[in-house]
Design a protein around this ligand. Structure first.
Ligand code: PLP
Length: 516
């Protein structure tokens, strides 16, 4: 492709993106959106429309009209529209024009920042941005790159940060167990029943556990707020140590996936302080703040930082709720030596003077892959375009909308709130009819959600509430909710505004009223 043709077609792509976002806004109020938020396709629908084999002959410049036509007719209708203002499912996956420009430039410059030496600017911009964010979020100074043993980098996803932290923690503990003459100890990791599945997955990848039922990954029960019970954690750690196993890693979650519950890192650290085996093993506390971490930019959410000075590592995803296109996860540790030692090998073809000098970070040693995209560009553009104040206003706007929805739900007798609202997520279900069984109510909850999602006008997602709530004391509201189905409405789409949320809530109320 010639530079001229690239210029012309890349501009077409930019026009397409801008029109797509405009279309999502326009669609947001339409009774029958042209692009339903949830893709209505059946399995195989697109496969059937695609040729069986790759083209032998390219079409060169003449092909581009057909390529763009295919994007419109084949690809757009086969997508779920995550950037729709009415996307309330899972957690948001924020995009923004500044970040998209960063993606374009990153692809266009085409560098691989695997080593400092392979593109010094890619590494140093990343280091500086991680330090900026560390300061802006009020994270401990021990996470700064300028501290004795700390620093941060961009990982692709929170799942990869969880894995990297687990590998670093095992490395550190292994040095202790080796010194005690333990050849192949049985390592154990801990997280709450409400933690993201990526914690168990990391234990599987690291060869620590075979699956969620493996005794080497312990799922700690939660309290009525959905937070990890520190007393149970300490009990499990003691129990495993007494049985000769080696507890070494706790993943606490700030903003759980199901109901945005907040594990108390300060109390977790205090509980672990009282366990000899944990101290002897130099256990590692990782904090997964994938979604909620962005809120640490707001002084009114300073409470989320309680105890972080006791954490060995923390991650959060600007690609969820900070306007930065997927993928972008920020990861910090105060023990970079353990992290790097757990993943560093030095084949001759990667050796270079800068690395040998010890004066630079080679980020290939901070995560699983060797190669690295220049992700820092998009984060840099987001920070420069919006500024921290712009981002704070953005986050506050979503929290305010969630407060509004919560107040509407509270004053509606057909609706029951199912979990405390801690940030931008409202969890609710239709209130039970007289004599309605739990199963019937679940079925109605599911039908309401499916009806709304099927309308194409919004996307909501379900959560099964913590099963252990069944053990809550008599009279506690969570007792009757244990193991039941509820609907999650996470307000965090880049384009979401009050009018979208009001309209969505009217539709939700109508659907619930119809179901009665
Ligand atoms: N941790 C939490 C708390 C999450 O909610 C999620 C996804 O929603 C993840 C981790 C996984 O995120 P990623 O896709 O970045 O691996």
């Amino acid at each position: 492709m010639s530079p001229e043709s690239f210029r012309a077609n890349a501009k077409r792509a930019v026009d397409l993106i801008a029109s797509y976002w405009e279309g999502l806004e326009r669609d947001a109020g339409a009774p029958a959106p042209a692009l339903p938020v949830m893709c209505p396709m059946k399995p195989g629908d697109l496969l059937r429309r695609l040729p069986d084999g790759a083209p032998e002959q390219g079409g060169a410049d003449a092909e581009w009209d057909r390529i763009f036509a295919d994007v419109e007719s084949l690809i757009l209708p086969s997508l779920t529209h995550w950037q729709s203002p009415n996307f309330y499912a899972y957690f948001p996956c924020n995009g923004s024009f500044p970040a998209i420009i960063g993606e374009l430039l990153s692809a266009g410059l085409g560098v691989n920042g695997m080593l400092w030496a392979t593109s010094p600017g890619a590494t140093e911009l990343e280091t500086r941005l991680l330090d900026w964010m560390c300061g802006a979020m009020g994270l401990p100074a021990s996470f700064l790159s300028t501290s004795a043993n700390g620093g941060g980098c961009i990982q692709a996803t929170a799942s990869e940060s969880t894995l990297a932290a687990m590998l670093a923690g095992r490395h550190r503990t292994r040095e202790r167990t080796r010194a005690r003459g333990l050849a192949r100890p049985a390592f154990v990791v801990y997280t709450s029943t409400q933690a993201h599945s990526s914690v168990v997955k990391a234990a599987m990848i690291a060869g620590i556990a075979e699956g969620p039922d493996d005794p080497h990954v312990r799922l700690v029960p939660v309290d009525g707020s959905g937070a990890m019970r520190e007393d149970e954690l300490a009990r499990m750690v003691r129990e495993d140590a007494a049985a000769g196993r080696v507890p070494f890693y706790v993943c606490a979650t700030i903003g759980t996936t199901g109901i945005t519950a907040i594990d108390r890192v300060d109390r977790i650290a205090a509980a672990l302080d009282g366990v000899d085996a944990w101290r002897e093993n130099a256990g590692w506390v990782h904090v997964d703040a994938a979604h909620a971490g962005a809120l640490m930019l707001l002084p009114e959410f300073a409470g989320l930082r309680a105890g972080l000075e006791r954490a060995d590592s923390l991650c959060f995803n600007p690609h969820k709720w900070m306007l930065t296109t997927f993928d972008c996860d920020l990861f910090w540790t105060r023990d970079r030596r353990s992290l790097i030692s757990s993943m560093s090998i030095n084949p001759a073809y990667l050796r270079n003077e800068a690395s040998e000098s010890g004066a630079v970070f080679d980020y290939r040693d901070w995560h699983v892959p060797l190669g690295r995209r220049f992700r820092a560009l998009k984060l840099w553009f987001v920070l420069r375009h919006y500024g921290l104040e712009g981002i704070r206003a953005y986050l506050r706007g979503h929290v305010r909308l969630a407060e509004m929805v919560e107040s509407w739900a509270r004053s509606d007798e057909g609706i029951e709130l199912c979990a405390p609202r801690t940030m931008n997520l409202v969890v609710f279900r239709p209130r039970a009819r007289a004599g309605e069984t739990g199963q019937a109510q679940d079925a109605r909850t599911r039908a309401v959600m499916d009806g709304l999602n099927g309308s194409g006008r919004m996307l909501l997602s379900p959560v099964v509430l913590p099963a252990e709530w069944r053990d809550a004391p008599e009279g506690r509201p969570e007792r009757s909710l244990a193991g039941r189905l509820a609907i999650r409405m996470a307000i965090g789409a880049t384009l979401a505004s009050e009018s979208h949320v009001r309209r969505a809530w009217d539709l939700i109320r109508e659907e619930i009223t119809r179901s009665r």
